[in-house]
Write a new protein. Sequence first.
Length: 425
Amino acid sequence: MPSPSPFPPSSDAPGPEVRPLLILISPMDQETRGHLLESVAHEHRIWLFSDREPGWEAPFITGHTLVDTLDAEGMTRHAGPVGADAILCWDETRILPAARVARALGLPGLTPEAVLTCRDKHLTRLAVAAAGGPQARSTAVSTLDEAYAAAARTGYPVVVKPRALVGSTGTRMARTPEELAAIFPGIRGTTMVEVRERFEQPVLVEEYLDGPEISVDALIWDGEVTPLFVARKELSPPPNFEEVGHGVDAADPLLADPELLRALTTVHAAVGITRGWTHSEWRLTAGGPALVEVNARSGGDFISYLGLLATGWNAGLAAASLALGKHPEQGAARHGAAAVRFLYPEVETVVGRVTIDRDRLPAAIEIARVVARPGHLLELPPASHTGRYAMLVAAADTANACRAALDAAEDAVRLEAAAPVTAAR
């Protein structure tokens, strides 16, 4: 069930006749992005471009068009008659077509060139390397022999990843040539329906960066980069890099760290983003922050919602303002810190049912939600990234208080298996 709305109607919101009309391309799922659409709809009219009929989005939109949301030319033809004031998109797999539509219509937004440089992880590496920015050493390869050579130059362990997928899909560590040989064919063959880009060199072999991993959501305005909130990541153990949780603290000292700010400024200038909101991922190595990747949109996995709770920065409204060519404004924070944790089984499991004893949830738990239905196979990396069966969001004065609430809340969630995996298959 959706959580109660954190966006009550504003008495200062403009009337329907003066609210800007935005085309939103692909709203994504209600569970993790619903709060973005809901917040934007309070102050704007929304015309939805989607490849399916509206469902949960219906109360928040003025109208819709069924269209291939990966086809920029087709969307441009449909967008003309709508007469929108801006093009809005927070879907990683659609931000490049969205940028092309905005350019074709003469509307504000990120340039397609900058978005492509972020979407293609190899282009990111080339651009940041040319600017002397801190990042992992990286080589694009096509064959296992090329991967062997790249790993030998870089030194084991190496991180092996698809060049243009999303959400850490397919990303794995290889500690030896034997492990590289075992994982390479699967990574090279990993695809997503939503990603149509194909490359002669579809795999990256990269230096393994040791140290805590963070993400930074940042506002860039006329080239000035302002970090808005930092999310500290919880990762599954190597060789996989599954993100199992994130925590945002409004008082995080990294927000004022000069070394991180210099790195952020260098990276954004390198990829060509002068106005926008980005979500970049970093490792805090012994030599300083090093870039993992930079994305031309706000953070996923509920990070944008955590940022809203802890800092007052509303990623949805900020995206709308930027799409209209306006500087975003910060709202009021509700808490000092917020965190999300995703629950996984210890082994692959077919779901019988998942229950939450809500009487046992601490007061700091904002959201406790079941995300796996009965009969669903919870697969774990590297086979799949569909192993989550529940999610918990905590908000409190401090990061430690959030962690304590999440630890206690886990005891209130029960996963019952339906059958052994072998029987289900």
